[in-house]
Design a protein around this ligand. Structure first.
Ligand code: ADE
Ligand code: ZN
Ligand code: ZN
Length: 236
């Protein structure tokens, strides 16, 4: 996701933390909100010292297959990255600076895990090579899902987050079920549908935004609620 998508995820998660997780996060993040630190992993991309983390934001494997059965990248992927982050943050013997770094990475990556084009296929770099128009401006299928769709609502991340936070306890529990493998495969299936939603050169706008509004909101909501689950378990 772009900035707004990550902040929405953080904003939703913030409202579903246990007392223990809140205290641990408050300490490690120096009082900053999940929304505030959620974009850190993108901010460091400009610094070449962090180039080894660039493959951590996504995973590509053939459509119609499961992550567990796929060939793994030697550079790592979003799933191996999330596992490393959980290990690093969970080990209190690690120094504080490292734990904070991997915690901020984790908060970002659970968001990206729910952007369907981040659980994608290699041929077109997760839709980056599929050029389309968005309200008459050049874009691509990946970018449409990272930010064009979200920005078309003209809502702030707090407005969107508050909107998507309205969920019953039963619904929340259901969304929080499963493992990161289930979650990445779920995104991967949606990604497959999205490859049928747009072809190179398509002119996308209101109709596209309307058609995929539900999928977009549901993925943002899942990202937020599941981020809370991961953090609650980590600091239990
Ligand atoms: N580069 C290659 N594949 C990608 C993907 N799925 N998402 C973002 N960047 C990528
Ligand atoms: Zn990212
Ligand atoms: Zn992206």
């Amino acid at each position: 996701w772009g900035q707004t998508g990550h902040r929405v995820t953080g904003h939703i998660a913030q409202n579903h933390l246990t007392g223990k997780a809140k205290r641990a996060l408050n300490d490690l993040l120096d009082g900053h909100s999940l929304a505030f630190v959620s974009t850190y992993a993108d901010e460091i991309k400009a610094d070449r010292a962090y180039s080894k983390f660039s493959a951590w934001h996504y995973v590509n494997y053939p459509l119609g297959t499961r992550y567990e059965d796929s060939e793994k990248s030697e550079y790592g992927d979003i799933i191996t990255a999330i596992e490393s982050c959980i290990d690093m943050v969970g080990n209190k013997n690690n120094n504080r600076e490292d734990r904070v770094f991997y915690l901020k990475m984790l908060i970002h990556l659970i968001g990206d895990l729910h952007q369907p084009m981040h659980a994608s296929r290699a041929e077109d770099k997760g839709g980056n090579d599929i050029q389309v128009q968005w309200f008459g401006e050049g874009s691509n299928l990946h970018r449409v899902w990272d930010k064009n769709l979200i920005e078309s609502y003209g809502m702030t991340y707090t407005e969107l987050g508050t909107e998507l936070d309205q969920v019953s306890r039963r619904e929340r529990k259901k969304i929080q079920e499963g493992t990161i493998y289930d979650w990445v495969n779920e995104s991967h299936v949606l990604c497959g549908e999205l490859y049928d939603s747009a072809k190179v050169g398509d002119k996308l706008g209101y109709q596209y935004a309307y058609k995929y509004n539900e999928m977009l909101f549901s993925q943002l909501q899942k990202g937020g609620l599941r981020l809370a689950k991961v953090l609650n378990d980590l600091f239990a």
